[in-house]
Each structure stands twice: as C-alpha cells, then as structure tokens.
Design a protein around this ligand. Structure first.
Ligand code: FAD
Ligand code: DHB
Length: 401
C-alpha cells in the first residue's frame, strides 16, 4: 500500500472540503483531499445558488473573488408573494448595508478547484473504498483505492467533509453522536431553464396549490422550484406541466405576471430534511458541512453553513499549529452548533411559513397567512428575516491573511 503524509486529510471535495484546504494552505498548513466523484461531476453538480454576505466576503478576502465579482448577481432583496400580491424585503436598509450574491455552488467549486491546483494543492478524484482510521489516537489515517491500487494518507487530523451520505459520520462509534432529525411532507422539484429570469430578484410564493421559487443563475438562465410530494416521480412532470404549475403558483391578482418559458436543461426532485449531529467531532475527526447537518433549502443556508464550519475549523487548526493551543479545537463543535441551530431554526421557519401543508387545519392555514402578512408588513419582522437571510454576524474574526 502506497503511503503519504500530510497535516490534514480531507474527505470530500465539495464546498466544505475545498474551502478548508484553500484556507489552510493560506496559513501554511498542508492538506490532501480525496473525492469519490470525478472533477467534471463535482464541477457540474447543480445545487445551491445564494451566497450570504459573509460567504462572499471570505471568498473575496482569500483571493477567490475574481470571477465571482464579474459573474455573480448582487441582490438587494427578495419578494414574498401570497394572495396574488408581492411584498419586497429590502436587505441593505434593514441590515446596515448587507446584500446577497446569486452565484451557483458549482461555480464556487470550479473556482476553488482551480485555485487549489494552481497553488500546487493535491486532490485525488475518483477514489473508492475510502475509510477513516485510528482517529481516536494521535495518528489518524485515510485509506482509499485509486485505479485499483491501495493508498494510505497518514495525517494529524481528518476533516470529514463528505456530505450527508459520506462515510465519516457513520465511522464514529455508536453511542457518541446524537442525531436530531425532522422530515417534511414536501420536496422540491427544481429545474434549470434557458429563459430570462422573471424578475431581477428572487420571488418566493405561497399559494393554495403550494410553494414556488423563482431564482436564476445568469441573465439567460433561470433556476425554478416547485413544492411537490416527496414520493413524486419526475417522469410524472413533463415540461408542460412544470410550466403550467409555475405560472399558476406565481400569478398576480392583476393577471399581468408571466414566468418567461424556455427549454428545460435539467430537472430533479430533492427531498427536504432537517438533520444535525452533536457533537461534530470525535477524537481527531472533525465533521463539517452536510456531513454534520442538513437544512431544508428554503432559507438558502446549506452551503453557507458549510463555509461557516470550515472557517471555524481553520481558526482552530491555526491556533494548534501556530501556538500549540488545543482549546479552539476542543470548542469546534460547540462554536459551530450555535450557528447551525440558528440556521436550522430559520430554515424550518421559512419552510413551514411558505409551503402548503395539506395536513394543516383551517386554523393553521389562517395562522400561516397571518404570519406571511405580519412578516411582510412589520418592519421589525422584516428586519429579522433580512438579518437571517443575509447571514448572521460571526462572533469571531476569521483567520485570513
Ligand atoms: P457536499 O457538497 O455534499 O460535498 C461532499 C463531497 O464529498 C461530494 O463532492 C461527494 O461526492 C464527496 N463524497 C461523498 N462520499 C465520499 C466518500 N466516501 N469518499 C470521498 N468523497 C466522498 N442548499 C441551498 O442552500 N440551496 C439549494 O438550492 C440547495 N440545493 C441542493 C440540492 C441537492 C440535490 C442537494 C444534495 C443539496 C442542496 N443544497 C442546497 C445544500 C447544499 O448544496 C449543501 O449544503 C452543500 O453542498 C454542502 O457542502 P458540503 O461540502 O458540506 O457537502
Ligand atoms: C436558490 C436555492 C434556494 O434554496 C433558495 O432559497 C434560493 C435560491 C437557488 O438555487 O437559486
């Protein structure tokens, strides 16, 4: 078995693993990434699209902003539409000047891979049989196969950045982790369409047919979502049905609004779930991003939380390597979870406020409309939504140089 050594072994080349490797390299800390998919696959996987102000800031501060600043769309607000009327929530005026950027997760991933490779970073794509070993003693190892050959990476610490279905979380012995889980009786049918975005900003709509979201990726590419049943089969959603349902769920009372239609390039159904494990670490294995928690997508928090985790982990690893200080490593999980739970709360709240729950009583339906009315008419309520949407402030400065 071929063996190499590094300081941090990272499993998974999604936003969490790649950004961690990038931030560590800037601090002079070495890492090696292993990823079971191909480079093309991870660079083309369409997922999240909204970057919080803090995510934009960290990408800019660490030399990753060049293409993002050119191609991302900066948004100053969102629209919430119900009863056929739209209500705008203005972010800068409610948050002291903060905004969000619409820039596809796969574009962030492309920029990160390019930066790592340009800096001499090591990413092993298309590996198999990945395992994490000996992380409860001082010499952890990642083992994997590449082109049939067995390999081992000896390291000081392992970062489990391998997403919800990865192997790191299940490698932690039974009895250590507590999982907090909630499933929802809805899913999202998402499409990518070659069509002009319906508006300059995102529109979240609630109707008695269900939720819809109009987002975008560029001035010619729309990203559109419909609430559907988790058991729904995508084969039952031909293009015509998708467009018709989008038109119905976004119609305004004056009948003037139309979603521009165009060829559908991709479509898929994603179930919705809230999930957290505590703690997010065991021995020398640290979980980050979706490996430790997932949120329903309504608040656009998933990728932003992954970024927040790895900035916390970077600060802790820098304190260890520069000063021999293990305090921050010990606090990693607790520091992350404070933010994770607030993002869980926000994502759960946005989800339940905007989706149609067919099991709801008439009382609950009226309460839901009252909540939408309140959040779009009270400045205090709007400020809370805006503060969470653009991203809660960080309570510690990040290690960036
Ligand atoms: P991931 O991006 O999942 O990266 C994990 C990486 O680990 C992957 O590249 C995977 O291939 C790799 N990996 C897995 N197992 C192994 C293994 N055994 N060995 C090696 N590598 C492994 N969030 C939003 O905010 N808005 C959205 O619209 C949205 N849409 C989504 C749609 C889908 C289908 C999914 C799954 C998620 C979506 N999310 C969305 C959530 C968001 O994309 C995630 O929160 C984000 O990708 C988390 O980044 P990560 O790096 O932690 O995990
Ligand atoms: C997108 C996804 C989200 O979950 C969201 O809340 C807003 C936008 C998107 O993919 O563009």
């Amino acid at each position: 078995m071929a063996s190499t050594r590094t300081q941090i072994g990272i499993v998974g080349a999604g936003p969490a693993g790649l950004l961690l490797s990038h931030l560590l390299a800037r601090e002079g800390i070495e890492s090696i990434l292993v990823e079971d998919r191909s480079r093309t696959y991870v660079e083309e996987r369409i997922r999240a699209g909204v970057l919080e102000q803090g995510t934009v800031d960290i990408l800019n501060q660490t030399g990753l902003g060049e293409r993002m600043n050119r191609e991302s769309l900066i948004h100053d607000g969102i629209e919430i539409r119900f009863n056929g009327t739209g209500h705008r929530i203005d972010f800068p005026s409610l948050t002291g000047g903060k905004r969000i950027a619409v820039y596809g997760q796969h574009e962030v991933v492309k920029d990160l891979i390019a930066a790592r490779l340009a800096d001499g970073g090591v990413i092993h794509f298309e590996v198999s049989d990945v395992s994490v070993n000996d992380f409860t003693d001082t010499a952890p190892k990642i083992r994997y196969r590449k082109a049939g050959e067995g390999n081992e990476i000896a390291c000081d610490f392992i970062a489990g950045c391998d997403g919800f279905h990865g192997i790191c979380r299940p490698s932690i012995p039974e009895g250590i982790l507590t999982a907090y889980d909630r499933e929802y009786p809805f899913a999202w049918l998402g499409i990518l369409a070659e069509s002009t975005p319906a508006a300059e900003e995102l529109i979240y709509t609630h109707t008695d047919r269900g939720f819809a979201l109009l987002s975008m990726r560029s001035p010619t590419l729309s990203r559109l979502y419909l609430q559907c049943n988790p058991e729904d089969d995508i084969a039952r959603w031909p293009d015509d049905r998708i467009w018709e349902e989008l038109q119905r769920r976004t119609a305004t009372a004056d009948g003037a609004f139309r979603v521009p239609e165009g060829p559908i390039l991709q479509k898929g159904i994603t179930p919705m779930r809230s999930f957290v494990v505590e703690p997010m670490q065991h021995g020398r294995l640290y979980l980050a991003g979706d490996a430790a928690h997932i949120v329903p997508p309504t608040g656009a928090k998933g990728m932003n939380l992954a970024v927040a985790d790895v900035r916390t982990l970077t600060t802790a690893l820098v304190a260890f390597y520069k000063n021999g200080d293990v305090t921050r490593l010990g606090e990693y999980s607790a520091r992350c979870l404070r933010r994770v739970w607030k993002a869980q709360r926000f994502s759960w709240w946005m989800t339940t406020m905007l989706h149609l729950n067919r099991a709801d009583s008439p009382f609950d339906r009226r309460r839901q409309i009252a909540e939408l009315d309140y959040v779009t008419s009270s400045e205090t309520a709007m400020r809370s939504l805006a503060e969470n949407y653009v991203g809660l402030p960080f309570d510690d400065p990040v290690a960036v140089n």
